[in-house]
Design a binder for this molecule. Structure first.
Ligand code: PGA
Length: 251
């Protein structure tokens, strides 16, 4: 059976004290969450080390929101996958729509980053999803298929088995307007079929596909109940410990 995962993407929020406090509050409440669900905290780079110290000995995992496409060298301001791994993180978000939009990251660059992440024993959480105009002009399957093909199809089967996918329609991120459970299911099923067409059904069936975009305690249960939805990548609601835990209990 594939893993159920709820990951909290803190984005560029909290200072170090607030971040450690938030992690502590989540850890305190985590005993009430479903043990079968993998919970991942994804704070800014500056907090990873301290948050990882807090989560040590718990079931919680820690991740990063991005990493460099290179292993090391003269790349001022960049953070490598090996650095991220050396401070206790296990996951890295790759290709979040905010990185695609504000930093012009494209599918081919994201493929190189995924390779770097995997080469360092980390798990990529690869984000895909269409913009509003692409949804409205009925191009959404095409867009997501291209994102999957160009960033994942060059991986080998062993690599592919490590990947977590997050479907995040851009029009749902931070807008309060979530995709309906039916819209999420339809796309998740399509993504799984796309993966199966390249890597085979067995691998596709083992891949966790998370939904992201205005996911909150009030809509998580309905969305997570769909057969191809294996959890969520949570932005705003992951900054409130009670909401994050409530979402984790929504399976
Ligand atoms: P949101 O963000 O939950 O605030 O919509 C989700 C994400 O960007 O991962």
């Amino acid at each position: 059976m594939r893993k159920q995962i709820v990951a909290g993407n803190w984005k560029m929020n909290t200072n170090i004290n607030e971040g450690v406090e938030l992690a502590k509050m989540i850890i305190e409440k985590v005993s009430s969450a479903n043990k079968d669900v993998e919970l991942i905290l994804i704070p800014p780079f500056t907090h990873i080390s301290d948050v990882a110290k807090q989560t040590k000995g718990t079931t919680l995992k820690v991740g990063a929101q991005n990493c460099a496409e290179w292993a090391k060298g003269a790349y001022t301001g960049e953070v490598s996958a090996s650095m991220i791994s050396s401070i206790g993180a296990t996951h890295v978000i790759i290709g979040h729509s905010e990185r695609r939009e504000f930093f012009k990251e494209d599918n081919h660059l994201l493929f190189r980053k995924i390779n770097e992440v995997l080469n360092n024993g980390l798990i990529p959480i690869y984000c895909c999803g269409e913009k509003l105009e692409q949804r409205e002009s009925n191009q959404y399957f095409e867009v997501v298929e291209q994102q999957i093909a160009e960033s994942l199809f060059e991986l080998n089967k062993v690599q592919m088995q490590q990947v977590v996918i997050a479907y995040e329609p851009v029009w749902a991120i931070g807008t309060g307007r979530n995709a309906t459970a039916e819209q999420a299911q339809e796309m998740h099923e399509f993504i799984r079929k796309t993966i199966a067409s390249k890597f085979g059904k067995e691998i596709a069936d083992g891949i966790s596909i998370l939904y992201g975009g205005s996911c909150k305690p009030s809509n998580a249960a309905e969305i997570f109940a769909k057969p191809d939805v294996d959890g969520g990548l949570i932005g705003g609601a992951s900054l409130v410990a009670d909401d994050f835990i409530a979402i984790a209990q929504s399976f």
